[in-house]
Design a protein around this ligand. Structure first.
Ligand SMILES: CC(C)(COP(=O)(O)OP(=O)(O)OC[C@H]1O[C@@H](n2cnc3c(N)ncnc32)[C@H](O)[C@@H]1OP(=O)(O)O)[C@@H](O)C(=O)NCCC(=O)NCCS
Length: 169
């Protein structure tokens, strides 16, 4: 049975393992480590999915900025990884839904993701340009998406700035 819960220190190696397998590289596992040791880390929003106490998926949400005349703090979703042998069984969906619920309950405002529209549209993510939010990367409009939460206000417009921790990904 699938269980979703917050990560603990004991989970760190298994989380890194799932990310390495899902992405086929070290970058995302390294990114997670760097975020954990930064002021952008939100312990409540680093979630694991486990089946019979084995970690098969992980999602991390952390603080990023929208810069306009001032700087506003929002949430970035990255990375999300499901062990290759467990993909397409609803685990990624369950992790995103659990994280969005916690973010909403915490009173966060907006979640930003760079990813596959086919996967993220189902959760209510839409191209950021609709909300006058600009990607920091030269990517097609439909892959840079936002999901406003209950506390969203229209003042959240501007350019997204990722912390330097993201530079290597
Ligand atoms: C993307 C990922 C997290 C999805 O997790 P999952 O547990 O396989 O997803 P679910 O079973 O909940 O949902 C499957 C749906 O996502 C879609 N999906 C999965 N991977 C996809 C991809 N690479 N591109 C587009 N759609 C994808 C499937 O087509 C399926 O859609 P459907 O319901 O219309 O058939 C997982 O495939 C993964 O870890 N991939 C490698 C790492 C990665 O690319 N992560 C970045 C996410 S932006």
């Amino acid at each position: 049975m699938l269980n979703i819960r917050c990560e603990t220190v004991l989970d760190y190696p298994a989380i890194a393992g799932v990310n390495r397998l899902a992405f086929g590289q070290e970058n995302e596992a390294n990114l997670i480590d760097k975020i954990r040791f930064s002021d952008r880390y939100i312990p409540e929003l680093s979630l694991i999915a486990e089946i019979n106490n084995v970690i098969v998926g992980h999602i991390l949400f952390s603080y990023i900025d929208i810069v306009n005349t001032g700087t506003l703090q929002v949430i970035g979703l990255a990375p999300l990884a499901v062990h290759p042998q467990f993909q397409r069984q609803g685990i990624g969906t369950a992790l995103v839904e659990a994280g969005l619920k916690i973010a909403d309950e915490r009173g966060e405002v907006l979640v930003i993701v760079l990813g596959h529209p086919h996967f993220y549209n189902r959760f209510g993510f839409q191209p950021s340009v609709i909300y006058q939010i600009e990607s920091p990367f030269p990517v097609p409009d439909d892959v840079f998406m936002v999901k406003p939460l209950k506390n969203y206000q229209p003042k959240y417009t501007g350019k997204v700035v990722y912390p330097a921790t993201f530079a290597d990904v």
